[in-house]
Structure formats: structure tokens, C-alpha cells
Design a protein around this ligand. Structure first.
Ligand code: SF4
Length: 319
């Protein structure tokens, strides 16, 4: 169906969440792959999606990155980059054994959780880890400690069903990209059941995840629909759609403008728009352009304090 002529397009106010999109960890991971290609020539191998965004992955593939599932798929003599979500210890160990040059694009905030896990295990504590089964970050963090020394908690119900060896020797840690509200409920349940449980030093849910959820909370009550640009396997993007949905705003995750379901979208007066931490701003503009083909769009971006977080690149790349 062709778009209506411009004078017949209904008005639509688009409230654009801020902050949104790329975080410092994603930005760093992408730069690591770009610089690795620049300095080593193509191909540079990347174990798993460097970040959970197809657009980003396709662009890097076009520059000479080859995405593989396992280290065994990397030929001898070529460099390999580990994704922003982190990897089990066994992965760099296997790369070293094969003499592969590797670059670790693990977000420094994920590495911080890895270090906390290792320290807790060294002091003999049992760790309860709040996270989502199967997420690469969870697999990476579990891979820092001996099998059986950390237990995954996914819900308040899990807390009730838990059996532990020693109530007095527990600590908890969390994945960086969780729902702030769900995690608070799980932590409250843990504290209620195990009053002496040790909390992490500082917050494990990262600044980018918390800030993007707070921005959605601010605009969602004023919106009839919420569009979240992000991949279906992106934990922080899924959480953004969930936050809006819980506030009563029907929400959809879309990877690109072409995925907008216009029947579901309808003819709202005001919508919200945001992007997960691995979605580039270019896709936000693409969605607004698609909206402008059907509506007379007025954009309002939320006022916010810039995040200003920057992570250093690995020494191997910057000399
Ligand atoms: Fe790092 Fe948070 Fe970005 Fe994940 S979402 S890469 S933990 S800053």
C-alpha cells in the first residue's frame, strides 16, 4: 500500500527517549573489531555476535569480520575478537594454547562482575547469580568460577525453592542488563530469606541499562505505543519493551523500520521511541523516516544529562 499524500497524513508526536542506543561497552567493542581489521587486514574472526545487533554485525562483516560460533572455526594465524558479553576463562586459555592472537572486547563492566565472582570464590563463598539462563554474559560469568560454585536465580520463585549448603556464607551478583525492578524484587526475596547474604560492592546492573529503563519510564505513560529498536536476543532491549508494557503502554521490539507492524501501530496521537544499547542511532532515524511517510511527525527528545562514559581500548590496539 502506498503512503498517503503528505496533506492527508495524521499528526503524530514522537517522544524520543534519552539516553538511548549505543553504550560505552558496545562502542568500544565495535571499535576493537574495526581497529583489528585496520591493523591486521581482513579477515579478522569474531567469536559470536560482537554485540546483539544484526545491522552492526552485517556492517562489520562487510569490512572483513568473520563471525564464528567457536574458536575451532578460527584458522591458525588469524586474530580473533571475543564479544562484549564476555567469555568463559576456558576460551582465552584455548586461544593461547593454539597460539592465536586474541583481543578481548568484553565490556569492562562485565569484566568487573567476573573479577567479583573470582574474588568471592577465593574467599570460599557460595554465589547466587541473578540472570537469564543461556545468555552469553551468564555463560561467560559462570565460566570464571569452578562448576557448582555459583547458582543461577531467575525469579522470586527460584529464591523460595533454593537449597544452599550454608545460609551464612552466601553472596549474590547480577547480570549487567537486567530489569531494575525485577532484580530489586529478587534481591528483596534473597535478603528476606538469607538476611546475612552479601551484596555486591556497587551496582552490577550497568549505568546504560538503568538509564535507558528510567528514560522509558518517563515517557511511557504519555504514549499510546512504544517502539524499541533492538534485537530479540538483546537482553537490555527486551527489558525496555517490558518496562513500557508494564506501565500499560503496548510495546514492540523492532530490529528495523521494515519490522513495524502497521496494523498493530494504528493511528496513535503520541508514541514513544527508544533503542537498546546495541542499536545505532541511524536505525532511530530510519524508523522516524518510516513514520514520516505515514504521519505528520513532530519529534520531542527527552532532556537528559549526557552519560559521558568512555572505556579505554586494549593496549594492543592503541600502542
Ligand atoms: Fe557494558 Fe552495560 Fe553496554 Fe553491556 S549494556 S556493554 S554491560 S555498558
Amino acid at each position: 500500500m502506498s503512503p498517503p499524500p503528505s496533506d492527508a497524513r495524521p499528526p503524530l508526536t514522537v517522544l524520543i527517549a534519552a539516553p538511548r542506543g549505543f553504550c560505552a561497552g558496545v562502542d568500544r567493542a565495535i571499535k576493537i573489531v574495526e581497529l583489528a581489521i585496520e591493523q591486521n587486514g581482513a579477515p579478522v574472526y569474531v567469536r559470536h555476535e560482537i554485540v546483539h545487533n544484526k545491522f552492526v554485525v552485517d556492517r562489520l562483516a562487510g569490512m572483513g569480520a568473520v563471525f564464528v560460533d567457536e574458536l575451532d572455526d578460527v584458522p591458525d594465524g588469524r586474530p580473533v575478537v571475543f564479544s562484549a558479553h564476555g567469555v568463559p576463562k576456558s576460551v582465552p586459555a584455548a586461544a593461547e594454547q593454539r597460539g592465536l592472537a586474541y583481543l578481548d572486547a568484553t565490556c569492562p563492566l562485565v569484566s568487573k562482575v567476573h573479577r567479583q565472582a573470582q574474588r568471592l570464590i577465593e574467599t570460599g563463598r557460595q554465589i547466587l547469580f541473578i540472570g537469564h539462563a543461556g545468555h552469553p554474559e551468564v555463560i561467560g560469568t559462570f565460566g570464571q568460577v569452578p562448576v557448582g560454585s555459583m547458582t543461577l536465580i531467575q525469579s522470586v520463585e527460584d529464591v523460595a525453592e533454593l537449597t544452599v549448603a550454608d545460609d551464612e556464607n552466601l553472596s549474590f551478583l547480577t547480570q549487567t542488563t537486567l530489569s531494575v525492578d525485577d532484580t530489586a524484587a529478587i534481591v528483596a526475596a534473597l535478603m528476606a530469606r538469607f538476611p546475612t547474604i552479601k551484596a555486591p560492592r556497587g551496582e552490577d546492573i550497568c549505568y546504560a541499562t538503568s538509564n535507558r529503563q528510567a528514560a522509558v519510564k518517563e515517557i511511557a505513560p504519555r504514549c499510546e505505543r512504544m517502539l524499541v529498536i533492538g534485537a530479540p536476543n538483546s537482553s537490555n532491549s527486551l527489558r525496555l519493551a517490558e518496562v513500557a508494557q508494564r506501565l500499560g503502554t503496548p510495546s514492540r521490539l523492532v530490529q528495523r523500520a521494515s519490522e513495524i507492524d502497521w496494523d498493530w501501530f494504528g493511528t496513535p496521537a503520541t508514541i514513544g521511541l527508544t533503542a537498546g544499547a546495541s542499536a545505532p542511532e541511524l536505525l532511530v532515524r530510519e524508523v522516524i523516516a518510516a513514520l514520516a511517510e505515514r504521519f505528520t511527525v513532530t519529534e520531542h527528545e527527552l532532556a537528559h544529562v549526557p552519560e559521558g562514559q568512555v572505556f579505554k581500548l586494549p593496549r594492543e590496539l592503541v600502542g
